[in-house]
Design a protein around this ligand. Structure first.
Ligand code: PHE
Length: 352
């Protein structure tokens, strides 16, 4: 049997109990680790209180009762303190993350896409399905790509069809593109044949701003060049586009027109999707809505970009995005698209 520790000085033991009680009272732990350390220090196998229980064995029999009670109180006080420290730590942890993850979140207002972007994407997607690639080019252009290469010789009256913003008017003027046909010229100059592209982009014309005209607007133009491309191919491509865009029942009609870069040229109308041809104020009683210009690429244009016009032929078409959006949503005033009035823009929130 192990030898008992030497008989204790009773006073010394009393002092130890007092000191440990004071320590328990002043315990302040901030972390779980600190609490565990305090528990081990007091109640662990080699802890202070456990040590006192060892010493208790040497207490004279007549004092055992008194000391026994004191020691038990000490142990209970230590255990209770440790528990309460644990509880309060848990509570404070809970309050730091005191949100209920099952509650519905606070909603905040999302921005929405601009109607011009929505329609541009829709047009691009339709032509992508038909196998067209997207081509882009600069907004600040030279005379060659906007006019000259598109069969607008200098002094040609057709230049007046598109009032131009000039940046510099030297021999080869720098200007803001008036149509994205300039991107088609750039494509013809550098892409291998066959070419099948659409060119969405912003264009600029020096026009008085009104409900029906603006100095900035957006276009999507298309170009297809290959061997044996015919007017019938163009008509079919535009009919399929119109049916995707305006509904499967849509019809198109073509009216002869003039563009310097296409021959023959046409304006395309789609049957009015509001009155279905009966005549309403959107189609001004005609049953038809004008949606784009088109035509077979003029051989001069092919040759200007180094394409053999004996071997290749192609068609081109171009439409204004704002115009298509106006027809789609019956927006009566073009200026709405540029003024960023939130009351207008929020009407398109559902189209995100
Ligand atoms: N570039 C013409 C315009 O801006 C549209 C168009 C493109 C017409 C291609 C015919 C062929 O008005």
């Amino acid at each position: 049997m192990a030898a008992l520790p030497e008989a204790l000085n009773i006073n010394e033991m009393k002092e130890k109990i007092e000191a440990i009680l004071a320590e328990i009272e002043s315990l302040a732990c901030k972390t779980e680790n600190e609490i565990e350390e305090a528990r081990v220090r007091l109640l662990g196998k080699k802890g202070k209180i456990t040590g006192l229980f060892e010493e208790f064995r040497t207490v004279p029999a007549e004092q055992k009762r008194e000391f026994g009670q004191k020691l038990n109180q000490l142990k209970n006080a230590a255990t209770a303190k440790i528990e309460s420290l644990k509880d309060s730590l848990q509570e404070s942890g809970a309050s730091a993350a005191s949100f209920d993850v099952t509650k519905p979140g606070d909603s905040f207002k999302l921005g929405s896409r601009h109607p011009v972007s929505i329609v541009r994407e829709e047009i691009v997607e339709i032509f992508r399905k038909f196998g067209y690639d997207v081509a882009e080019g600069p907004e600040i252009e030279d005379d060659w790509h906007v006019f000259e290469a598109l069969n607008f010789p200098p002094e040609h009256p057709a230049r007046d069809m598109q009032d131009t913003f000039f940046i510099s008017s030297s021999a080869n003027s720098i200007l803001l593109r008036t149509h994205t046909s300039s991107v088609q010229v750039r494509a013809m100059e550098k892409l291998p044949l066959p070419i099948r592209i659409i060119c969405p982009g912003r264009v600029f014309r020096n026009e008085a701003i009104s409900a029906r005209a603006h100095c900035i607007f957006h276009q999507v133009e298309g170009l297809y060049i290959d061997e044996n491309v015919t007017f019938a191919d163009m008509k079919q491509a535009i009919l399929l586009f119109a049916r995707e865009m305006f509904g499967a029942e849509s019809q198109i009609r073509m009216r002869p027109s003039y563009f310097p870069f296409t021959e023959p040229s046409a304006e395309v109308d789609v049957s009015c999707n509001i009155c279905h041809g009966k005549g309403c104020n959107i189609c001004k009683g005609t049953g038809w809505l004008e949606i784009m210009g088109c035509g077979m690429v003029d051989p001069n244009v092919l040759e200007a970009s180094g394409i053999d016009s004996k071997k290749y032929s192609g068609f081109a078409f171009g439409m204004g995005i704002e115009r298509i959006a106006m027809l789609k949503w019956q927006v009566k005033d073009l200026r709405n698209y540029f003024e960023n009035d939130l009351r207008f823009l929020r009407e398109f929130e559902t189209f995100i």
